[in-house]
Write a protein that binds this ligand. Structure first.
Ligand code: A2P
Length: 334
């Protein structure tokens, strides 16, 4: 069986470290793993299969002999180094937004559009975390009846912003519980502890954020349906891990709540957790560390002819980022 050389760019970051863990957990056939970061953490070591691997400084020569390069070090780093890696013959799987909407770059969620991998030209994009968990759950419904419109509100954890954001929430929460001032925010525009921030990424001319528009454009591209009407409100919440979403859909054909549960039970990557009689529904704590996209609170929306409400929760660092990238690599390796 073939074995592959894998590079992880941004290996010391929140997503990069998860990528390394998941490559190990899933027993991916790695001949070697190269860990790359900035000069700040070059020289440190990370554990992989009982060995300590040195973190190297990313440079133009980092990709010689590499089969797969997983990038999660910021869009600027991707823009500069992903084409270099691809030119060296590596297949790049990029977790950042740099190439997602480029026409010749497949944007792939393995449970939804694995066929798009056939057309790659060296770079494949991993979608935004909020988009991934939504489309994994909507795909089995869409296959039964086309979805005409999606209204989504997100409740996104701080780990999606990286280690610095996780530390900011810890620091502020500790200070407030000790009756000290929360201190000036450094990562977020305003205090995140015991607060909600309806502002993720930058605003556009119409007042939407880039995160909201990513959900619109990426969903249409992944589902191959440019006509789906989508509107999103994305909110950062003081949760450490796992994103939640309240999703309202309108379908062409009626899907009853019972039918939706049937379609979702056993769908790839989906776990139904839905029994209001017993108070069963997914929360971020249920999803943390898990691979599945959890769905609950499935209800018919009687305010429109064919409406459905869903509550979707997934670990944003795993299925929303690292796991999806490793699954793409697995599909290409076989
Ligand atoms: P470093 O540890 O050297 O700063 P997070 O998303 O958790 O903030 O992590 C970002 C990741 O991207 C880290 O591994 C970080 O490395 C890496 N990174 C950031 N900027 C660069 C850069 N210019 N070159 C290489 N790696 C970078």
């Amino acid at each position: 069986m073939s074995k592959y050389s894998v590079a992880i760019v941004g290996a010391t970051g929140a997503v990069g470290e998860k990528m390394l863990n998941i490559v190990e957990e899933r027993g991916f056939l790695a001949r070697s793993v190269r860990l790359l970061a900035s000069e700040r953490s070059a020289g440190s070591e990370l554990k992989f299969q009982d060995e300590l691997i040195l973190v190297e400084r990313l440079d133009r020569n980092s990709f010689s002999g590499i089969d797969f390069a997983l990038f999660s070090a910021g869009a600027e780093v991707s823009r500069k180094y992903a084409p270099l890696a691809a030119a060296e013959g590596a297949i790049v799987i990029d977790n950042r937004s740099a190439f997602r909407m480029e026409e010749d770059v497949p944007l792939v969620v393995p449970e939804v559009n694995p066929q798009d991998l056939q057309n790659h030209k060296g770079i494949i994009a991993n979608p935004n975390c909020s988009t991934i968990q939504m489309v994994v759950v909507l795909k089995p419904l869409y296959d039964y009846s086309r979805i005409k419109r999606i209204v989504v509100s997100t409740y996104q954890s701080v780990s999606g912003t990286g280690w610095k954001a996780t530390k900011e929430l810890q620091r502020q929460a500790r200070a407030i519980l000790d009756s000290r001032p929360a201190g000036r925010p450094e990562v977020y525009p305003v205090q995140i502890a015991f607060n909600l921030i309806p502002h993720i990424d930058v605003f556009d001319d119409k007042g939407y954020t880039k995160e909201e528009m990513k959900m619109v454009h990426e969903t249409r591209k992944i589902m191959h349906d440019p006509e789906i009407k989508i509107t999103a409100t994305t909110v950062r919440v003081p949760v450490f891990c796992a994103h939640s979403e309240a999703v309202n859909i309108e379908t062409e054909k009626k899907i009853t709540a019972q039918k939706a549960r049937e379609l979702l039970e056993g769908a790839p990557g989906v776990e139904v957790m839905d029994d209001f009689h017993k108070g069963i529904y997914p929360t971020p704590i249920d999803a943390e560390g898990r691979d599945e996209c959890f769905v609950g609170r499935i209800r018919e929306d009687d305010s429109v002819p064919n409406g459905l409400n869903l509550w979707i929760v997934a670990d944003n660092l795993r299925k929303g980022a690292a796991l999806n990238a490793v699954q793409i690599m697995e599909l290409l390796a076989h």
